[in-house]
Design a protein around this ligand. Sequence first.
Ligand code: GDP
Ligand code: GDP
Length: 437
Amino acid sequence: MTETIKPIVAVVGRPNVGKSTLVNRILGRREAVVQDQPGVTRDRVSYDANWNGREFVLVDTGGWMSDAQGMAAAIAEQAELAISLADAVLFVVDATVGTTDEDEAVVRVLRRSQKPVVLAANKVDDQRHEMMAATMWNLGLGEPFPVSALHGRGSGDLLDAVLNSIPEAPKETYEEVGGPRRVAIVGKPNVGKSSLLNKMAGETRVVVSDVSGTTVDPVDELVEIGGQVYRLIDTAGIRKRVKEASGHEYYASLRTQAAIERAEVCIMVVDASEPVSDQDLRILSNIEESGRALVIAFNKWDLTDEERRYYLDREIDRDLQAWKWAPTVNISALTGRNVDKLGKAIETAAAGWETRISTGKLNAFLGRLSAAHPHPVRSGKQPRILFGTQAQNCPPTFALFTSGKMDDTYVRYIERRLREDFGFEGSPVHVQIRARE
Ligand code: GDP
Ligand code: GDP
């Protein structure tokens, strides 16, 4: 089976043009995602979306403002970032206001990029405003699509235009192209990501043209570990240090999320010399929720002494239990210790991620499980597993058809037993219950 990469659409534009409202409209939600304060960071910035059966990832760049360099520059920078991450850009302007200096700043950035841009003239709530939308032709970005994010007007045509601007064929399917595995190095700031990248790339840099059939995004790099070539995702983002105080974290989380989406395997870098933090846990959750394979690299091992390692073991037991299926490697990006071992860990995680279990084997397993540990009786009824099938791999996802609703604890028990029997090392495993009521 191949795994297709969903195209990424970034929504950009200056504050208050209606980006968040439009994102909610596209996602089909009534409520606002978050009422963001300028400068406040958000954990989730990308969302799975679907239009006419086509899946894509929507990146909301709303709610961020840099204070340092003036509005227009800050917005242009935000747009630049969004463009580097996305396959297409949805540029939103406010038709009731007309074009502003800030809009123009974004347009200059968009013009330089090679990415397709679709222009949304928002707040066209009624016929009266259509003329205003037409004046947006002057931005030089082609046809403005009049929409009202608030009322849902015109968003269908807009989405058609956005998705038509992205080539239908999936950009990369691992097995079809036979290209190198896509690996993302992620982690909070200062854990040693760029040091690790330099260690990997410095010793074994691969010239792109040497690997046949690869078109590499300019932000990616190819490296060789243990004779195997890997594509490291968004290395430009790791190398480029964005320093602005208020935007830094937001940039980092946006980039991290986009890198996770594009990767098959994530190397989560944790600073072993410091206590495991909430930010580490948030990124780990994102990787799991995104369904990517995971390797945990405990970096700065050279800085740990016996005492620190004692406490790290405790922290792993306490905080990282939920990801104990991930292979771990204790490394030092500084000395190079164990960096070569990451190759094997990546392979292990990728293999777990791609695992397919035949329906026969799965149902034999489910039969054994139900016989030994049936679901508890609930209000006089005992829900049974009728049958199951592996709906997909990358990551392994199982659909179980049952005679009634199942307790969460029982579903988690099934997940645990699945791992015991079939492994799936380094991969999230999803179990979906389809209850026949
Ligand atoms: P963002 O900062 O670009 O994300 O903008 P928001 O989505 O937060 O919207 C800013 C304001 O414009 C809010 O008060 C919205 O309710 C309003 N707004 C958004 N879309 C429309 C629209 O299509 N028509 C009208 N009249 N107001 C809108
Ligand atoms: P990034 O923000 O995650 O890319 O982190 P950097 O690679 O910039 O590293 C942050 C700091 O940690 C730098 O001063 C590095 O020299 C240092 N560092 C990175 N890896 C190691 C390591 O394995 N051991 C030690 N002692 N320091 C490290």
